[in-house]
Design a protein around this ligand. Structure first.
Ligand SMILES: [Ca+2]
Ligand SMILES: [Ca+2]
Length: 443
């Protein structure tokens, strides 16, 4: 049979036609199958498939159509359109159509593969996220991308590979905008400040969840605040009218200092509407509004270690990162690393274990220095014993010891057990630093 011959010619989209050569009294042109369209292009198990035949007849005869398939069921026929239910199994099928004008017949066939449910293996490529300014941003950078307020955020993920045959749809999830289903592209107006997230989930042919990919970004650039700087690039402040730089130490001053600072600020995508300052020697987080536009003052600053920070607020009420200076008014003494230069002093270090003989009497030695003045006194105490009387540091070189050291023999019998010795060093302004040594004495 000629139809069989056509069946044997397996081709994906149509091809193959034949004609009936029955002799007729009047000349007749055989109808012609121009093409076959099959939707969907990828057929999954039990899919409903539309097969449409496009045919023509040179004589203008009306045409009649027929459809057959090696598997599955014909659900509906409408002229040259057939609705075919694919079999519920993975199999190769041949679809066959016939067109006749009543006197002659043409046929065509095509082979299709019915796919089984398969795991959805898909690899996303980079997101292509484009702001309203046609700037391309890459995902995966250390800093989240920021998109200006008022711009349009457009995102589209590329798909690097799909390992199995699937009809894939995509679902968006996120914190911004309307999230349409289906496509790999997303668009939203950036009318928010702060962090945002978008995630795209691939859904396979049978509704199975595929891989998910997410992208974090920020709407609205933060305002940038900077302290004024000197020629060397150091952040500047003023102390009682004198220009000082970040990290400076000011000497003790009766009545304390008046500290003044000024900043500059800009916002890449909006307006600055205010500045705030943080000056809290106890390490708090209470930001105060600027006292004079971009400048502010704090008064009666006495001995201590300080930091002053500033930040700005944009018209969307978003605060930017802080910038600041550190300064010191009379630095506290610092103990120096233990490095015993001689062997005649017992100087336990934390964690030591001593015999009772070694601990009695116990001599200790420390040394400290003051970065900006004279070290005045030391005191020490053992556990619950009272503090020693103030001890003036050695005024000059002692063999084996640096100046301003403490060398003392503890006037106690030290029994078995664990002990702690605390030593403090005080400068002329009374700023002090303490250091502890814990040790164990054996029975
Ligand atoms: Ca801004
Ligand atoms: Ca000092």
């Amino acid at each position: 049979m000629k139809a069989r011959a056509a069946l044997a010619a397996a081709c994906l989209i149509l091809i193959g036609c034949s004609e009936d050569k029955t002799s007729k009294p009047l000349p007749n042109h055989v109808p012609r199958v121009d093409s076959l369209r099959i939707a969907p292009a990828v057929i999954m198990r039990a899919d409903t498939v539309l097969v449409r035949v496009y045919a023509s007849d040179a004589d203008g005869d009306s045409l009649h159509y027929a459809f057959a398939a090696t598997d599955g069921d014909l659900l509906e026929t409408s002229g040259g359109a057939f609705t075919w239910l694919a079999p519920d199994t993975s199999v190769a099928c041949t679809l066959w159509v016939e067109v006749t004008d009543g006197r002659a017949t043409a046929a065509a066939d095509t082979a299709v593969l019915v796919h089984d449910e398969a795991p959805l293996t898909l690899t996303f490529g980079d997101i292509l996220a484009i702001s309203g300014e046609d700037t391309t941003w890459a995902s995966g950078t250390a800093e989240p991308d920021t998109f200006p307020l008022g711009s349009t955020f457009r995102a589209r993920w590329t798909v690097a590979s799909v390992a199995a045959v699937h009809r894939i749809r995509y679902e968006w999830r996120g914190t911004v905008g309307e999230l349409p289903g289906g496509a790999r592209s997303f668009e939203a107006a950036v009318d928010f400040s702060g962090p945002a997230m978008l995630a795209l989930q691939a859904i396979g042919s049978y509704g199975q969840s595929g891989p998910r990919i997410s992208y974090r970004f920020t709407g609205n650039f933060d305002p940038r605040t900077s302290f004024l700087r000197d020629e060397q690039g150091r952040r500047m402040f003023q102390a009682n009218g004198e220009v000082r730089a970040d990290g400076d130490t000011l000497p003790r001053l009766a009545g304390g200092y008046l500290i003044a600072t000024c900043v500059t600020a800009r916002d890449p995508d909006g307006r600055i509407i205010g500045h705030q300052y943080l000056f809290d020697p106890r390490g708090g987080s209470n930001w105060s509004p600027a006292t004079h536009d971009t400048c502010f003052e704090v008064s009666q600053v006495s001995d201590g270690d300080y930091a002053i920070f500033a930040r700005s607020i944009d018209d969307a009420q978003r605060t930017g990162p802080r910038d600041g200076v550190q300064f010191f008014v009379n630095q506290a003494p610092r103990f120096m690393p233990a490095d015993p230069p001689s062997g005649f002093v017992q100087n336990p270090v934390s964690g030591d274990t001593l015999s009772r003989a070694d601990a009695n009497p116990l001599e200790i030695r420390f040394w400290a220095r003051d970065p900006d003045g004279e070290l005045q006194i030391y005191r020490y105490k053992l556990d619950s014993h009272p503090w020693s009387l103030p001890i003036t540091p050695s005024p000059g070189p002692v063999p084996g010891l640096p100046a301003a050291s403490l060398l003392a023999e503890l006037p106690y019998q030290i029994g078995a057990g664990s002990h702690r010795i605390t030593v403090i060093a005080l400068d002329e302004g009374g700023r002090q630093t303490a250091i502890d040594v814990t040790f164990v004495v054996l029975r």
